[in-house]
Design a protein around this ligand. Structure first.
Ligand code: SF4
Ligand code: SF4
Length: 377
């Protein structure tokens, strides 16, 4: 459903210095798992959740009940020896995008694979207890295909709670499915391709998605697309299939974030900065304190497994309707328009996220009995 966008030659988060590659062992998920935030956080992060959705969307004690885990082994695979030769990379790019959309992607873009966005060493998404971290990552592919899925608007309003957490898990499942199937399709054309998705990733999805023109990096550290705002999950396929890269986009995200701080105001961990951008790792950006964020995720395992409040409250987080499309047209073009839209967003959607509602068996608003699942026989 890619909406028309203003393409630019350079990404809008300016590169002003040398960028170093990142060790995946430094991501908060790994740090929580290995005890970098202390015993309490480690115990909470690695113990089994009371939430059955958590147990099917992420690896827990019963691996066969976690479908996404079984895809880790098919992120890469054998090549069809009868290679399809590519005479026209642009035409092949159009074909691959159509295939990605057919397989379930909602947004897709292509860029050259910048090795800066390939992790140096593997972290610990799964099997942290088996010590499989620290392996060197070598990924010599030429191109990256970035795929985006939206998470459901309805459930994502209630964050943090098990309700929006379920949407995040489903987003990971869907985005992993697309990446695995698309990589396999390309290998059946006879070209190397590898799927990268939650639990099996050797690349950083957000900067790749920015380069591939899916959206821009925002104050809250998320990718913001014109269609779904920050309410997205990403996956990536890296490949040597000859392709034609897309250009980055300027949606007005930098301008709107400079005039808005709704995510920073609403972040319960005070992890999102107010004010101007800073330069980190050679990039001019707003730097979220990921350590504070992760510690908050584990603060109340009876109520939530993770948090997405900065996504829920963002004015870009709207269903892809005609009025959202009209508003997103105004944002890059008019300062007055941006001011009015921010005011309207507060009036219509409130300055705070919505309190959690009941859904299925979740009674997240009941303080003394926060979780209840009764099966009536
Ligand atoms: S809430 Fe405002 S400042 Fe935060 S990411 Fe969204 S638009 Fe940017
Ligand atoms: S996920 Fe929650 S804790 Fe983390 S930055 Fe966003 S609002 Fe803050």
């Amino acid at each position: 459903m890619n909406w028309p966008k203003r393409h630019v030659d350079e990404v809008t988060t300016r590169v002003v210095g040398k960028m170093e590659r990142f060790d995946q062992r430094d991501i908060p998920h790994t740090k929580a798992a290995i005890g970098s935030y202390g015993d309490k956080v480690q115990e909470r992060w690695t113990s089994e959740s009371v939430d059955p959705f958590r147990r099917i969307f992420y690896p827990e004690k019963r691996p066969r009940n976690s479908p996404i885990r079984s895809w880790v082994g098919v992120a890469d695979g054998p090549l069809n020896p009868e290679r399809v030769e590519v005479e026209n990379p642009r035409r092949m790019s159009e074909l691959i995008k159509e295939v990605a959309l057919f397989l379930g992607a909602e947004l897709v873009g292509i860029c050259e694979l910048d090795q800066t966005f390939v992790y140096t060493k593997k972290g610990l998404r799964i099997d942290f207890h088996k010590g499989r971290d620290g392996q060197e990552v070598k990924l010599p592919h030429r191109f990256a295909i970035s795929c985006g899925q939206q998470m459901g608007y309805k459930h994502f309003r209630y964050s943090p709670s098990f309700i929006d957490n379920a949407e995040v898990g489903l987003g990971y499942l869907e985005s992993g499915k697309v990446a695995v199937a698309l990589a396999a399709y390309i290998r059946e054309l006879g070209w190397p391709a590898k799927a990268h998705f939650h639990m099996a990733e050797e690349v950083m999805h957000v900067p790749i998605a920015v380069q591939a023109g899916l959206g821009e990096l925002a104050r809250n550290g998320s990718l913001i697309s014109r269609e779904f705002g920050p309410r997205m999950r990403l996956s990536t396929v890296t490949t040597d299939l000859p392709l034609a890269p897309d250009k980055p986009v300027d949606l007005g995200v930098q301008k709107l974030c400079a005039e808005c701080d709704k995510c920073a105001v609403n972040c319960p961990a005070q992890a999102i900065p107010f004010g101007a951008k800073v330069v980190t790792n050679g990039i001019e950006r707003w730097q979220v304190d990921n350590d504070k964020c992760m510690v908050y995720w584990t603060a109340n395992r009876a109520k939530w497994n993770d948090c997405g409040r900065c996504i829920a409250v963002c004015p870009w987080n709207k269903p892809p309707t005609w009025w959202h499309r009209a508003a997103s047209w105004v944002v890059p073009r008019s300062r007055l328009g941006r001011k009015l839209l921010l005011l309207l967003d507060d009036l219509m959607n409130g300055v705070k996220p919505k309190p959690a509602q009941e859904w299925l068996y979740y009674k997240v608003n009941t303080p003394e009995k926060v979780y209840e699942l009764k099966v009536v026989r």
